[in-house]
Design a protein around this ligand. Structure first.
Ligand code: ADE
Length: 226
């Protein structure tokens, strides 16, 4: 998988995408993540990438020119399966979308900023618009990091057997069951007996029941859709 992220704040990505699982995925060569500074594609002296909105109104708008320049350049280098724009009015991201996107190879993710991006970019370049929730962030960067993380961990080989995505919450429309580790008794708070029994079948039944109970309580809509 390859993800090219286009942003006016490349520094934001130094942290979240270079730790732990995501770092190892890149080191193993399973994933290439390339962060591009949109300002490098500005033709103006002051590396300007935004301007006032025609018709007035508060807030700046990302200009078409540098965005077309970088995306057209990237498209000469390889074929992209999706060119994604992160925006609060996009399609709501969930595990199903992550699963289906993870089957694809090459992505561009454009991070919105300020009041958004010139509509001509959305109309003529973008193939998919994604929101990570009904709230507004300062920019699309954190949302792009969230989507990248969710996709990368689904790439075969990124997770080991023990951390397999198959047992994640939402993978079977159920929330994962509670988990415990040592000590068995912590200040009088005990691990459920069944988990110490060594009886695999019974443990699996218990976990399933717990998952069902949690899903009913915490995501009743998800349970009803089942
Ligand atoms: N940019 C700002 N808010 C966002 C959101 N909720 N999802 C995706 N991109 C965004």
């Amino acid at each position: 998988m390859r993800i090219d992220i286009i942003t006016v704040l490349p520094e934001i990505f130094n942290g979240p995408l270079n730790q732990s699982i995501l770092k190892r995925a890149q080191e193993k060569g399973l994933v290439t993540l390339q962060v591009h500074n949109l300002r490098d594609y500005s033709t103006s002296k002051h590396r300007q990438v935004d301007d006032y909105a025609f018709g007035g109104g508060a807030g700046m708008v990302l200009m078409s020119e540098p965005i077309f320049a970088i995306i057209e350049k990237l498209k000469t280098e390889r074929t992209y399966d999706e060119i994604i724009y992160m925006s609060p009015d996009g399609e709501l991201f969930d595990q199903k979308m992550a699963n289906s996107l993870s089957l694809k190879q090459n992505f561009i993710i454009l991070c919105g900023h300020y009041k958004g991006v010139d509509e001509r970019v959305r109309k003529h370049l973008i193939t998919k618009e994604i929101s990570i929730g009904d709230y507004v962030l300062s920019g699309g960067e954190l949302a792009a990091a969230v989507v990248s993380d969710a996709l990368i961990r689904l790439v075969p080989g990124v997770l080991s057997d023990e951390t397999s995505a198959l047992t994640d919450s939402f993978q079977d429309d159920l929330i994962a069951p509670p988990v415990y580790t040592r000590p068995e008794d912590f200040k009088g708070m005990k691990v459920p007996e069944i988990l110490l029994s060594g009886h695999e079948k019974k443990i699996n039944e218990w976990r399933y029941e717990q998952s069902v109970e949690r899903t009913k309580q915490r995501r009743p809509k998800l349970w009803k859709e089942n």
